[in-house]
Design a protein around this ligand. Structure first.
Ligand code: FAD
Ligand code: EPU
Length: 344
């Protein structure tokens, strides 16, 4: 008799019909640890997930998927700041909204990002001029190899653009995060349409509402349309390369970085290749935001990969800029660590 499998369709926002050998909901670090130990004993792969809003399953998963649902929010009010200690399984957007309702400002620019709080440090979520690292004080991890919990301060997390130490330490299970929000609130209005708000009178709730409105106007809702937000990262190129591109494409959006590199907008590059609406099987380049690949309802993992390959090829051929995925590829035995060229 073949073993029973469990559906992960509701646990990946692409909405792919994927199954796993076992699916466990963990509301304590101990549950995560014992699932890990079981997976070692049975020689089965192990995967820790939040809401599955940044993963693309390539196959059914041949092992145990643990959904992190460790709850709990503690607030410590100090003279100059609010200190939050948040369980990794708290929903991120609900945390943002909850803090604002309590009169605690500072998370509003990261509104409406799907997923769990414990996943926020993994790729150092960012939007509208802010990144998780800007408010992170510490990250508590459970080291699956040793069973010991450990606190990493912000510097130890090695945060970068869509990057952190957690992408390279498969034995680190994030169980809580510490957030530091200054009481001296300053609105962050540098990004796009936010610049239209009046910095003197604007409230954190207005920033929150504006961002929710802007996001809803260009990103699909995961409950209606399968997607993982930006499929690719925005590419970082040399100053010289950016200047060369500007000569041919004067309208190209470009954002100089402190390290001398220049960030380009992958969505713009894809759009310039006229790829919006391109469909392969059940996968499509989203009409309102070319950096988002969607599941129109019946997409397979292979459809999404084929579409991503096509997009990457066209952008590479036109601009000689080779996009790298933001989404994490998960194979039958765990995260795919082969060079990305083997997939795309
Ligand atoms: P998952 O997809 O479940 O996991 C992501 C990775 O983290 C996996 O490799 C997983 O193994 C690992 N992981 C999960 N939990 C833990 C843990 N507790 N300990 C260790 N590793 C763990 N991202 C942005 O940065 N900015 C955006 O503006 C943004 N907008 C989005 C909009 C939409 C519509 C969608 C669908 C996605 C968007 N994303 C954005 C991407 C995504 O929401 C974030 O990356 C989010 O943090 C993922 O959370 P998750 O709980 O779904 O993580
Ligand atoms: N653009 C186009 N056509 C498109 C899409 C974008 O011309 O189809 C242009 C826009 O007009 C703008 C520029 O590209 O000039 C940037 O677009 P946008 O402001 O929509 O942001 P993005 O660079 O595409 C990034 C993040 C998002 C984040 C937004 C807002 C990455 C990979 N993506 O997108 O994060 O929400 O900025 O800050 O950095 C995610 O990571 O999943 C994600 C959604």
């Amino acid at each position: 008799m073949s073993p029973q499998y469990f559906s992960l369709q509701a646990d990946n926002t692409f909405g792919l019909k994927i199954q796993a050998r076992q699916r466990i909901i963990a509301d304590t670090p101990n549950t995560i640890l014992s699932a890990w130990q079981n997976s070692r004993r049975r020689h089965q792969p192990f995967l820790l997930l939040g809401a599955g809003s940044n993963v693309l399953f390539l196959n059914d998963f041949a092992g145990i998927v643990v959904l992190n649902r460790i709850k709990g929010i503690k607030i410590n009010e100090q003279d100059k700041a609010w200190k939050l200690h948040v369980g990794a399984g708290e929903n991120w957007h609900m945390l943002v909204e909850w803090t604002l309702k309590k009169g605690i400002n500072g998370l509003e620019n990261l509104a409406l990002i799907p997923g769990m709080t414990g996943s926020a440090p993994v790729q150092n979520i960012g939007a509208y001029g802010m990144e998780f690292k800007d408010v992170c004080e510490y990250v508590d991890i459970l080291n699956l190899n040793t069973g010991i919990t450990q606190r990493l301060d912000r510097e130890e997390c090695a945060f970068g653009y869509r990057d952190s130490i957690f992408k390279y330490e498969p034995y680190y299970a994030i169980i809580a995060v510490g957030i530091n929000l200054s009481k001296q609130w300053q609105p962050l209005l540098t990004y796009g349409d936010l610049a239209r708000l009046n910095p003197v009178t604007v409230t954190a709730f207005e920033v929150f509402n504006t961002i929710c409105y802007m996001r809803k106007s260009k990103l699909p809702e995961t409950c209606m349309t399968g997607n993982v937000g930006s499929f690719f990262k925005n590419p970082l190129v040399s100053y010289e390369k950016a200047e060369m591109l500007k000569m041919t494409y004067p309208g190209i959006p470009s954002y100089p970085q402190v390290n001398g590199k220049v960030k380009l907008a992958a969505g713009w590059l894809i759009d310039q290749c006229q790829l919006k609406g391109l469909r392969i099987g059940g996968a499509e380049v989203y009409q309102k935001q070319a950096l988002v690949l969607i599941n129109v309802g019946h997409a397979t993992s292979q459809d999404i990969i084929e579409l991503a390959k096509t997009v990457r090829f066209h952008v590479g051929k036109k601009f000689d800029v080779w996009l790298e995925p933001e989404v994490r590829f998960i194979g039958a035995h765990g995260e795919y660590n082969t060079p990305i060229k083997a997939i795309l």
